[in-house]
Design a protein. Structure first.
Length: 260
């Protein structure tokens, strides 16, 4: 943000199909209302709004189109690495999020984000009773966001909004449909709380990868293919890292008075 001129730069990125809007935090920002406004299709549009500070450490917050705050967004971390690189950061950079401090590995041609130490991974088997039937899956909050994961399910995707709002999930839940093709390739489709279907979800991919790995169903390195593209996940020293390809779509300048 150029405080002297009262102008804020708003950047829009994509990573694996996710569209992510970034704005530097300013004193009068109302992030919840800003997300509801900026992420509308007739405005800038996007899956998530990221409010950041270039501080020590850099800070990053995430807001859904309905104004609710998310704990973490892996694709946003990957895109934020581009902004940090432009600010002169290189190598391993710690970033503070609501889900804790994460590390971003900034290279000349690649960006990777630290997502989960497997020592902290846990799941709960859940059987949901909906429409007279039973939907079986696994619940986890280990990455930061709540995720419900179904492996190789025949449950129709259209029921995802009802799973999101099932009473047993007090903060709603992201709904993941995963199909293992091989030990190194998985298909992933996701319905995100506060958003709807998105073309990619890194935190959902990481949660699903951790679950599959705990069951011996995937290797230590695996590609997750979503409708918007692929993410490469790898376990290094018992920590899951995710690699994506961030692309800057647009960069616009706004007067703070018009968007605050």
């Amino acid at each position: 943000m150029d405080a002297r001129k009262g102008v804020s730069v708003i950047r829009k990125f994509t990573s694996s199909g996710n569209t992510i809007v970034f704005i530097h935090k300013f004193p009068s920002i109302r992030a919840t209302q800003l997300a509801r406004t900026l992420l509308m299709p007739n405005m800038i549009g996007g899956d998530i709004l990221c409010v950041y500070e270039i501080s020590s450490p850099p800070q990053l917050s995430f807001y859904n189109p309905d104004g609710s705050e998310a704990e973490i967004c892996g694709n946003s971390l990957i895109c934020f690495g581009t902004i940090l690189r432009d600010e002169g950061f290189t190598g391993l950079v710690k970033v503070y999020t609501k889900a804790g401090t994460k590390r971003i590995k900034i290279g000349d041609n690649s960006i990777e984000a630290e997502m989960l130490n497997l020592d902290h991974f846990s799941t709960e088997y859940i059987a949901l009773h909906l429409d007279g039937g039973i939907i079986r899956g696994y619940y986890t909050e280990s990455v930061g966001n709540p995720h419900f994961i179904m492996i190789g399910t025949t449950v129709p995707f259209e029921i995802a909004p009802r799973i999101e709002k099932a009473p047993c999930f007090k903060n709603r839940v992201n709904v993941n449909f995963v199909t293992r093709i091989s030990k190194s390739f998985v298909l992933h489709r996701v319905w995100e709380r506060g958003v709807g279907e998105t073309l990619s979800c890194a935190s959902g991919a990481v949660s699903s990868f951790a679950l599959l790995y705990s069951k011996g169903l995937v290797n230590r390195s695996c590609v997750f293919m979503a409708r918007g593209g692929f993410l490469t996940l790898q376990i290094i020293s018992n920590t899951i890292w995710v690699k994506g390809v961030p692309t800057l779509i647009s960069e616009r300048h706004y007067d703070i008075a018009d968007i605050a």
